[in-house]
Design a binder for this molecule. Sequence first.
Ligand code: GLN
Length: 442
Amino acid sequence: MTINDFEKKYNKEDINEYLAQVKEQDKKINSFLYLKKDLSKEIGVPIAIKDMISTKGIVTTAGSKILENYIPPYNATVIDKLERNGYFVIGKTNMDEFAMGSSTENSAYFTTKNPKDLSLVPGGSSGGSAAAVSAGFVPVSLGTDTGGSIRQPASFCGIVGFCPSYGAVSRYGVIAMASSFDQVGVFANNIKDTKAVFDTIRGKDEKDATSFDLPSEKVSESNIIKIGIPENILEGVSKEVKIAFENTVTSLKKNGIEFVQVANTNLQQALAVYYILVPSEVSSNLARFDGVKYGKRENAEDLIELYTKTRTKYLGSEPKRRTIIGTYALSAGYSDKYYKKANILRQQVKDYYTKIFESVDLIMTPTTPTTAFKIGAVQTPIELYLGDIYTTVTKLAGLPAISIPANTNDKLPVGIQFIAGHKKDLQLLQISEKIEQCLQTY
Ligand code: GLN
């Protein structure tokens, strides 16, 4: 369902019938943690919101038991902007706890299912938001992407997922996972709708000092688009992903897009850097969930016992694991060895991209190494982390990137990732529209 489809199909009078249908059909998918009870006073287009984003008066859990009873007293900037511009929140979507994960199996509440095949994960961490769009419940939804949490579930669910440049959208009111990586972005069925929502939420916000307005220059229509493919980028991907990737190259070439091979960065190393820096920031951001300031609290004799009992009982195992790893990586004696070294390598990744974007408009890679996997199939955290290889690396440099569904003969969707230079979000969306057209006519 696109924004246009929704507007054609539903009138004000049957809006609660629509809500009832969503509620009924979501029993199979479990994309929502919370759905509004009555939409009769709402105006505009419904949008589903990842439960990481604060909504005034509506419980916001971040997928965690520690915030099960937390009702924010204010809206995130993105929510205010949507509500002022023709959208209304229909509900809050399921997610991996504090956005740590790639399957929604880390949600403290339940696992969301992939609408394309109910035995599969929808991806994560914004799995509920992706599933809600893929299932046709809403035309658009918001997710957050720290290392792939919009692009990966979009790829698994066969829809568009866009992660803007770091700072292009305000993070005010977005629960923090890793502050130098987190970014709000959009799920939709096409680029037009993606752009409509992005244009509504983006821009400088005085409440977020890292936010900015994007430069508006366009790619000239007469320019030949040049896309770089990193060397050996298909090493280790599944057969379906390889075929979908190659089909995409063929159809884009037929439409006059040029391809060149570019150097690859060390992806394994970049993934390791991500999984040092993100837990470091997590360990510091999650310290605020201590039983005193927000959410749940356990009774105790003294403060240390209160912290310990509350966090032990209400935080899940992935947030605990990352807090321990991050605290270790930041500790005196080890921070030089891990945290500082990882930051040096982060800079090298940024330099790598700056150099590549001197000669190409976009870089193309798979979004994920495989299609969606079975619920329960991935047993260890490392296995899950390895699936993030193509999406974490762009975030080390804060770049905008989008996952667009490829043409596949296979039953399961495959997403292709297109990456642009920093602050080139509008150019990325402009070229994505062309790519979308090429793939439709393929
Ligand atoms: N799967 C990645 C992680 O667990 C990305 C998460 C995200 O983007 N929020 O860190």
